[in-house]
Design a binder for this molecule. Structure first.
Ligand SMILES: Cc1ncc(C[n+]2csc(CCOP(=O)(O)OP(=O)(O)O)c2C)c(N)n1
Ligand code: SF4
Length: 439
């Protein structure tokens, strides 16, 4: 029999119903003869979700209430009835993500949802969920629920498209009914009634799960078991590949860069920060370097800071973070605000900063230049990257000019003027090098 669980102890409190679900899931998958690598377990936020480190299947941890939506995408992308997609979700997550459950059932997505219904939010200290039955007490509802909780099995049974729905009490061996649900094509759901000893039992001393279930009027039974149409992903034929030969970046220039360089550009929205970072990245790549770029900006993209991280390296880039950049270029007050934390962590490196800004305390070498005054706010980042390349010589200036000249921004941009304003004797004549870099 294949192992689906590691040998480590399960992570739940003693007596928690989640333990039984994990063990019975393993048993059910063994009964069906699954290979662990053909199983994708998608867990939700909550105590039940910390099980994913114990499973030897594929595991994906979703946002609270969104695990079903995540599983829907996985199931549609796999588009393979031989793979088993299982969702573990609590009554809290099922409350928060109810619409996802209904939509997944309605469309017949191939998956089994196992609701761990301990009638409260376990991980956050026992708040009631919409499944909490009337009279059931929790630490934050000591007088007990006043409303009947949701009957999820009734709700989902009413959805056209569902193939299997059942409710069971999560005690002793329930691997067979679980295996039945796992074996059905399309959307199946099992609600496992459980207790949370830490909050549910403490708030309801002497409680018996079967009494709570009975008093809540929740039937332990199979609600639906029928053949339904299973969601099938439409495969589009004759799609063009995303990459074509002509998009390839070819190496045209040499570089002497020995160590990876981590750069960060920080400015304001609308001031060309992201474009400047892309020019640097592409120029580095035309110089034979590996590169990555990450952009950060508020959701209100037209206002506030705009920051970009670029890493260039002659070696493969395995870590894409830049907590302590080697070069930081700050061209606006918004950018400086954003960069403050990074700056305080820099143990060296170079800080290129607009002269209008007050230089904060830093261990980086400070190179001040009037980017905004010379280039105008809109072009300050472009001025920034040309200037920092002059000062660092990471790769040939021709590479950056070549990339820049190919872009439509260059058509409305006076490169000669920029080099004059950058005021470097070295820059003389650079604007005559109107090279292009694509194949
Ligand atoms: C959208 C969102 N809301 C709230 C939270 C806080 N939160 C984390 S775990 C949890 C309770 C989980 O309860 P349940 O889904 O029933 O799972 P259990 O812990 O009982 O297994 C809550 C409310 C969150 N992480 N995300
Ligand atoms: S707090 Fe409750 S739900 Fe969470 S692991 Fe402990 S017993 Fe289980």
């Amino acid at each position: 029999m294949k192992d689906f669980l590691t040998d480590a102890a399960l992570p739940f409190c003693k007596g928690c119903g989640h333990n039984h679900v994990a063990v019975n899931t393993e048993k059910a998958l063994q009964l069906l003869g699954y290979d662990p690598l053909n199983v994708v377990l998608v867990t939700d936020i909550g105590c039940h979700g910390i099980i994913d480190k114990s499973f030897l299947t594929h595991t994906v941890h979703g946002l609270h209430g969104r695990s079903v939506a995540l599983a829907t995408g996985i199931s549609a992308a796999l588009n393979d009835p031989g793979k088993k997609v299982i969702v573990f979700i609590g009554d809290g997550g099922a409350t928060i993500g109810m619409q996802h459950l209904i939509d997944a059932a309605h469309n017949g997505f191939n998956m089994t949802v196992v609701i761990h219904n301990n009638m409260l939010y376990g991980m956050t200290g026992g708040q009631p969920s919409e499944f909490t039955p009337s009279g059931f007490k929790t630490p934050t509802l000591p007088e007990g629920g006043t409303k009947t909780g949701y009957d999820i099995c009734k709700i989902i049974s009413a959805v056209d498209g569902v193939s299997y729905v059942s409710r069971l009490e999560g005690i002793s061996d329930f691997s067979e009914p679980l295996a039945e649900a796992f074996s059905r094509k399309g959307f199946s759901l099992v609600e496992v009634m459980e207790i949370c000893p830490s909050y549910g039992v403490k708030s309801n001393p002497g409680m018996k799960l079967s009494n709570v279930v009975e008093n809540a009027g929740l039937s332990i039974k199979k609600f639906v078991d029928k053949e339904t149409e299973v969601y099938k992903t439409g495969i589009k034929k004759d799609l063009q590949p995303l990459f074509s030969e002509s998009d390839a970046i070819v190496t045209l220039f040499p570089t002497k860069l020995e160590k990876p360089v981590r750069l960060m550009l920080c400015g304001s929205a609308g001031e060309g920060v992201q474009a400047a970072a892309e020019f640097l990245l592409k120029a580095g790549m035309t110089s034979g370097l590996n590169g990555i770029k990450k952009g950060s900006y508020p959701v209100t993209v037209g206002v506030g800071f705009s920051a970009a991280e670029v890493i260039l390296s002659s070696e493969e880039i395995l870590y894409t973070g830049s907590p302590n950049p080697d070069i930081l270029c700050v061209t606006s007050a918004d950018g400086l605000e954003y960069a403050r934390k990074t700056l305080s962590g820099m143990k060296g490196g170079k800080l290129f900063i607009d002269s209008s800004l007050q230089v904060p305390e830093t261990k980086a070498e400070i190179i001040s230049f009037p980017f905004r005054e010379r280039g105008g706010a809109k072009n300050s980042s472009i001025y920034g990257i040309f200037y920092l390349l002059m000062k660092t010589g990471m790769f040939p200036m021709e590479a950056l000019l070549g990339v820049f000249n190919e872009n439509k921004i260059a058509k409305k941009f006076d490169v000669d003027k920029m080099f004059q304003l950058l005021n470097e004797p070295w820059a003389e004549g650079m604007s005559d090098k109107k090279m292009t870099v694509s194949k």
